[in-house]
Ligand binder design. Structure first.
Ligand code: NDP
Length: 271
């Protein structure tokens, strides 16, 4: 009987997670089922319970449930606890473990796939939602000089600064009042592109920066175009992060670390 996994979200139809996990499993000759489950907005707890009861061994949690999943799982890793958000759950008999692999996924994409050294870098993050909560600890572990979090709703960015300042130098600002100073790395962690909305930003901050959008495919294009036009040294989308965070989830479930580069290449060819 193949082991049973799923990704839970709403919407979920475009999720690449089944293809990624099947590609990882094929590297080890593992047979597994990995389905997409569209979860009604008020039914996360019920769907999780049912999936586990039916023999499910693990799930990924995606938009919009990462924060809502947090209080539902009693046992969590330290990085999930700090993030206050869960994107991976392992079911083991009656026990569950909640984790958050987004941060390590981004860090591996930046430092291993794109060979960036974040030490002493000045980082600007646009957006202060669930994804930003998930990546801050990992980014701060790379010892950047500073992280500035710019958000449309200032108070959300300020709350993140209060929660993460023990790990490194963070500050908050409004999205339309970004300090006129150079940034080495600008990360778009807003959901504007995914929602097809305009991300209104000033021009000069891009000059000589590296830009990275957590989104990928057409959702990343407006930000990457803005980066290119503003004079960014280089710009990347979040496809590598997607595959790297999935690799870490795969490791949690199977204790095997898959090769990610061929899977990133495979997905890139399909975009
Ligand atoms: P959330 O809904 O939790 O947060 C969205 C953030 O975007 C908020 O800070 C919100 O600001 C801001 N925002 C939304 N629309 C606009 C707009 N029109 N202009 C300016 N700011 C806006 O989403 P997540 O944090 O979970 O996800 C963010 C992005 O990261 C998505 O594109 C998601 O697909 C991507 N992602 C990619 C991953 C990967 O593996 N590659 C993993 C996780 C996420 P406000 O607070 O003011 O509402």
């Amino acid at each position: 009987m193949p082991k049973k996994f799923a990704v839970l979200g709403n919407p979920i139809v475009h999720s690449q997670s089944p293809a990624i996990h099947q590609a990882f499993a094929a590297q080890f000759g593992i047979k597994l089922s990995y389905e997409r489950i569209l979860v009604p907005l008020d039914q996360l707890a019920e769907v999780l319970h049912q999936f586990q009861k039916n023999g499910g061994q693990g799930v990924n949690i995606t938009v919009p449930f990462k924060i809502e999943a947090f209080p539902l799982i009693a046992n969590k890793t330290a990085r999930a606890t700090k993030a206050g958000a869960i994107n991976t759950i392992a079911f083991n008999h009656n026990a569950c473990l909640g984790d958050n692999t987004d941060g390590i996924g981004l860090l591996r994409d930046l430092t291993q796939n794109h060979e960036l050294d974040l030490t002493d870098q000045r980082i600007l993050i646009l957006g202060a939602g669930g994804a930003t909560k998930g990546i801050l600890q990992a980014l701060l572990s790379a010892k950047p000089a500073s992280i500035t979090i710019a958000n449309r709703t200032l108070i959300t960015a300020e709350k993140l600064v209060a929660d993460f300042s023990d790990l490194g130098h963070c500050s908050a600002c409004n999205l339309n009042q970004i300090p006129d100073q150079p940034f080495d790395l600008i990360i778009n962690a807003t959901s504007a592109g995914v929602k097809g909305e305009l991300l209104a930003l000033a021009e000069p901050i891009v000059n000589n920066s590296i830009c990275y959008d957590l989104a990928y495919g057409s959702a990343a294009q407006p930000f990457l175009n803005w980066a290119k036009q503003g004079g960014a040294i280089n710009y990347y989308d979040g496809l590598g992060m997607l595959v790297e965070q999935a690799a870490e989830a795969f490791y949690i479930w199977h204790q095997l670390m898959p090769a990610t580069k061929p899977v990133i290449k495979l997905l890139r060819a399909k975009l």
